[in-house]
Design a protein around this ligand. Structure first.
Ligand code: HEM
Ligand code: HEM
Length: 217
């Protein structure tokens, strides 16, 4: 007998897809800005590929910023699974779940605590990801508004010169690329091992559990 539970609200799913899709555009256009792959002779004659790529980068960047702020809002005002303290390693329940997940992922144990929200290992990585995204926004806004004294103050104190900030901005892109690869691998691995409908939950919000299997404490 399986029970159906709502894990993710609508705002959370909107955040997820705004974040995921904007990252695809940001990485592609960012790579172009870093290493333009078209012939520079056409720039300003037949078309403006760099200007267009930068324009798309900035539109995606505003979508990305909206998603990150929405996620931070949900840390405090989302449903139980979406809240910061449901998955951060700051309570006894979460720390026990962290070790239970690690032993399960290392094939040391066959069983692990079932919970409706993220397991604590995933939750911790997601929190780190949002913090890194926040710094990516700061370096991006510093690069975007080099003439603003406010962003000069923020940028110079955190990243140093414009060129250093651009380099950190570029390096951080690799974090997101590697995150996506591991994210997709672990999602598919979990979806095969546990019949709870993990992947479909990010579309419909619901997960499935055998009666009584859920750690609801
Ligand atoms: C086909 C593509 C994708 C699918 C099916 C998918 C699915 C999911 C699922 C099921 C979760 C919840 C997992 C859990 O409970 O631990 C999740 C969370 C998350 N995904 Fe994805 N994802 C996809 C692509 C991406 C991409 C491209 C990114 C961007 C880097 C991304 C970023 C995230 C983040 C940050 C979270 C955590 C949300 C939070 O609690 O803060 N995902 N995803
Ligand atoms: C996951 C998010 C992001 C990724 C992966 C990303 C990636 C990149 C990359 C690879 C570059 C080229 C850096 C170089 O020349 O070496 C770049 C440039 C830039 N990005 Fe981002 N970016 C992201 C978010 C943002 C955000 C939120 C903003 C804020 C507005 C932003 C604004 C800029 C600006 C202004 C530049 C410089 C453009 C230029 O030099 O003409 N980016 N980005």
């Amino acid at each position: 007998m399986y029970e159906k539970h709502l894990a993710w609200g609508v705002l959370f799913r909107i955040f997820h897809w705004a974040f995921a899709l904007s990252i695809v555009f940001l990485v592609v256009t960012g790579l172009y800005i870093h290493f333009p792959w078209t012939n520079s002779v056409i720039e300003g004659s037949r078309s403006f590929p760099m200007a267009e790529m930068r324009y798309i980068h900035f539109i995606a960047a505003y979508c990305f910023m909206g998603a990150v702020f929405l996620r931070i809002f949900l840390w405090f005002f989302g449903n139980r699974q979406e809240k910061f303290w449901d998955s951060a390693p700051i309570t006894g329940r979460n720390i026990r779940n962290l070790f239970s997940t690690i032993t399960y992922y290392l094939y040391i144990k066959d069983e692990h605590d079932r919970r409706l929200g993220h397991n604590c290992l995933a939750g911790t990585v997601y929190i780190v990801t949002i913090v890194i995204a926040f710094f990516q926004i700061l370096s991006g806004l510093y690069l975007l508004f080099p003439e603003s004294t406010f962003w000069q103050g923020v940028g110079l104190s955190i990243f140093g010169t414009q060129q250093q900030a651009r380099f950190y901005h570029f390096l951080t892109m690799w974090y997101f690329l590697i995150f996506v690869l591991i994210h997709l691998y672990i999602l598919i691995w979990n979806d095969i091992r546990d019949p709870e409908g993990l992947i479909s939950s990010i579309f419909c919000g619901k997960k499935f559990f055998e009666k009584g299997a859920l750690d609801n404490k």
